[in-house]
Every structure is written in structure tokens, then in C-alpha cells.
Design a protein around this ligand. Structure first.
Ligand code: PEP
Length: 254
């Protein structure tokens, strides 16, 4: 039985005040969801200490939007998995398409981040997904398999026992174009099939979140799909009523 996760990704958004307001608003829904669904917020690194302060003692979990591959050293501007762990992070997103795109992160670099996160006891949330052109050229599975294979090659298939996958079609992120439940389910089940070719138990157990303009309206049907184990939520995680409704959708489908 896979417990769904509703995970917010705040990206480059927030103020001291909005962090306080949103985390306080999410604590109760997260506590109520506990046992049926997990709730987490991945925040800009500068706010993680505040998230820890407001969420501590509740069932709301938190994480980072990225991490470096090193634990310390001369890497100006980076945040290490060791630092994130010290601030109570459970999760570290790695390979978000905005990092892959704007920061030219390769599949190999993302795999190294996945490994570095796990080495410090963080749970990597590996983002994978195709561009619109790749979707139209029916290259979705080629793209996501290559993204997964880089991690399998470096870390081994068993590493997915302590990881989460987020399938995020790039054409759906921040565009308002959610993948239909049928499209998302089909990709999620093919991802599971691919992992099954390495290890059936790992494939059956790993949680695969959907991300890409998932909102209060679309979440119920997306979350009712067999291979969709919750969502990675961008824009809607910055609005308390919307994110709460998405949490409730996950609980209803758990
Ligand atoms: C994301 O950034 O991971 C995401 C899914 O964004 P949005 O929900 O805004 O499309």
C-alpha cells in the first residue's frame, strides 16, 4: 500500500510573512491527513529555518528544492545535504525541470545529487518529464527512462526504496495545461513497468507523484488513478485554500 504524498514546491516565492502564514495554515490539514497521506513543503533554502520553526512538532514535513553534491567546501552559493538535514528536511527535490533547463543540470549531475541527498539521510524527490516537443514526437518514455537510468546506474535500483519520483511533463508546469488523468496514468504505469524490469518489489513500492498545473479542481481525478501517488504542486501550494483542497483530495483517494 503506497501512502500518497502532497508536496508543495514554492520555487522562488515567499516572504517571511507568507512563510509564517502558509505553514501555520498547512499544519492542521497535515495533522488531519496523517496516517492517510503525507504532506510536505519544499521551500527556498533561505526560508527552510522558518519552515522548521513553524512546522516543528506537527505532521507537516519539509524539504529543499535542490541540493549540492558536496557536504561542505568551496562551493559558493550552494546548500549541502548535510545542512538541509540539520534544518530538519525530510525531502530534497533533485532534477526539477527548471534546474535542468536554466542551470543545465545533466542526468548524471542530477543522479549525483540524488546520491548525495541519500548519503545524508534525505529522501530525494527525483523529477523527470519531457518537453512539449518531445511529447509531440512521442519521446516521453525515452526521456524519462534516460533520466531514471542515470540514477539506477549510479545508485542501483534499490536506492528507489528510499526515494520518490515526480513525473512532471514540462509542458504542464506553470502553464495551466494539466496532463489528462489518462495521459498521466499511462506514463506513471509505464514508469513502474520500466522499474519492474530491474526489480518488481521496488517498482511496486515506489511513490510516483504527478506534477504540472495540478490544482484543487484536477487533483481528485488525477489522484484516483492507480499509479498516481499524490502530487508535486507548484503554484497551488502558495494558496492555503487550494493546497488544503488538494490535501483533502489525496486523503479521499488514500
Ligand atoms: C512544479 O514546479 O513542480 C509544478 C508542478 O508547478 P505548477 O504546479 O505550478 O505547474
Amino acid at each position: 500500500m503506497r501512502k500518497p504524498i502532497v508536496m508543495g514546491n514554492w520555487k522562488l516565492n515567499g516572504t517571511k510573512q507568507s512563510v509564517a502564514d502558509l505553514i501555520k495554515a498547512f499544519v492542521e490539514p497535515a495533522n488531519q491527513a496523517f496516517g492517510k497521506a503525507e504532506v510536505a513543503i519544499c521551500a527556498p533554502a533561505i526560508f527552510i529555518g522558518s519552515v522548521e520553526q513553524y512546522a516543528q512538532g506537527s505532521k507537516l514535513q519539509w524539504g529543499s528544492e535542490d541540493c549540492d553534491i558536496h557536504d561542505s567546501g568551496a562551493y559558493t552559493g550552494e546548500n549541502s545535504p548535510a545542512m538541509l538535514k540539520e534544518f530538519g528536511c525530510t525531502y530534497a527535490i533533485v532534477g526539477h525541470s527548471e534546474r535542468r533547463g536554466y542551470h543545465h543540470e545533466s542526468n548524471e549531475e542530477v543522479a549525483a545529487k540524488f546520491k548525495a541527498a541519500q548519503n545524508q539521510g534525505l529522501i530525494p524527490v527525483l523529477c523527470i518529464g519531457e518537453s512539449e516537443a518531445e511529447f509531440e514526437a512521442q519521446k516521453t518514455m525515452d526521456v524519462v527512462k534516460a533520466e531514471l537510468k542515470a540514477v539506477i546506474d549510479l545508485c542501483g535500483i534499490a536506492a528507489f526504496k528510499q526515494a520518490v519520483i515526480a513525473y512532471e511533463p514540462i509542458w504542464a508546469i506553470g502553464t495551466g495545461k494539466t496532463a489528462t488523468p489518462e495521459i498521466a496514468q499511462s506514463v506513471h504505469s509505464q514508469i513502474r513497468e520500466y522499474l519492474k524490469s530491474f526489480d518488481a518489489e521496488v517498482a511496486a513500492g515506489v511513490r510516483i507523484l504527478y506534477g504540472g498545473s495540478c490544482n484543487a479542481k484536477t487533483a481528485p481525478e488525477l489522484f484516483s488513478q492507480q499509479d498516481i501517488d499524490g502530487g508535486l504542486i507548484g503554484g497551488a501550494s502558495l494558496k492555503a485554500p487550494d493546497f488544503t483542497a488538494i490535501i483533502n483530495a489525496a486523503v479521499a483517494n488514500a
